[in-house]
Design a protein around this ligand. Structure first.
Ligand code: SF4
Ligand code: SF4
Length: 215
């Protein structure tokens, strides 16, 4: 297995993409006079799976910057998180377990948190590669604000996610190379990522017999 590591250039691009996600979120939040302050909910207990090697590698990079004791603490919490999720799934429920990275209400890897953590809350739209546009209404509190201020949801300001997602896909392609489609699809919670360690891949011919790498 070979560890998947972001080059300095790709790390910098991830940082810029994430920063722009956060700033475009802030612009919309400000114009709606919306914030998470005083919310009785905490979205960090929402169950999300993440799908790119690039985000996993960037999260791992942030994790490696923590001291060893902190890393160990987060690994232990991740184990507990996974157990709790398994119990919920065994009951036929969607897990709702607090993210192992949350600490006294703050994210332990704030600058490396994932896309979903930066985009949930305000209205957004996204054009899929097949041309279909998806609309996200924002969280329940933001939806209430939109309903009060606008006759129709479509009049509300929103984050256009498409260009940022396209840049994320471009990083994923550069990181994984032309054979991206041959590698196992990422479908992991943050806890699973941290327990697995850094993303690592076998060369394609190890994964699927008959397919040989030409490098
Ligand atoms: S995104 Fe919405 S639901 Fe989530 S914490 Fe913020 S205000 Fe609450
Ligand atoms: S990574 Fe950070 S922001 Fe995202 S769910 Fe976990 S604690 Fe919350």
């Amino acid at each position: 297995m070979k560890e998947v590591v972001l080059s300095d250039e790709l790390s910098e691009e991830m940082r810029r993409i994430y920063e722009e996600m956060a700033s475009s979120y802030d612009v919309v939040a400000r114009s709606l006079n919306f914030s998470c302050d005083g919310c009785p909910d905490n979205c960090c207990d929402s169950y999300f799976l993440h799908h790119t090697y690039a985000e996993w590698a960037y999260l791992w990079k942030g994790f490696c910057e923590l001291d060893e004791a902190r890393q160990q603490e987060l690994v232990e919490r991740s184990k507990q998180y996974i157990l709790e999720c398994e119990k919920a799934e065994a009951r036929g429920e969607r897990p709702q377990v607090m993210c192992p990275l949350i600490d006294e209400g703050r994210c332990s890897l704030y600058t490396h948190r994932l896309m979903v953590c930066r985009t949930h809350g305000v209205p957004a739209s996204m054009r899929r590669p097949d041309g279909q546009t998806l609309h996200f209404p924002g969280c329940f509190r933001c939806q209430k604000i939109v309903k009060k201020k606008f006759v129709h949801d479509s009049q509300a300001p929103h984050v256009e996610r498409t260009p940022l997602l396209q840049r994320l896909v471009a990083v994923e392609r550069k990181l994984m190379g032309e054979k991206l489609h041959l590698y196992p699809r990422v479908k992991l919670t943050i806890a699973q990522m941290l327990l697995k360690g850094p993303p690592a891949i076998a060369t394609p011919h190890c994964e699927r017999s008959g397919i040989k790498p030409d490098v």
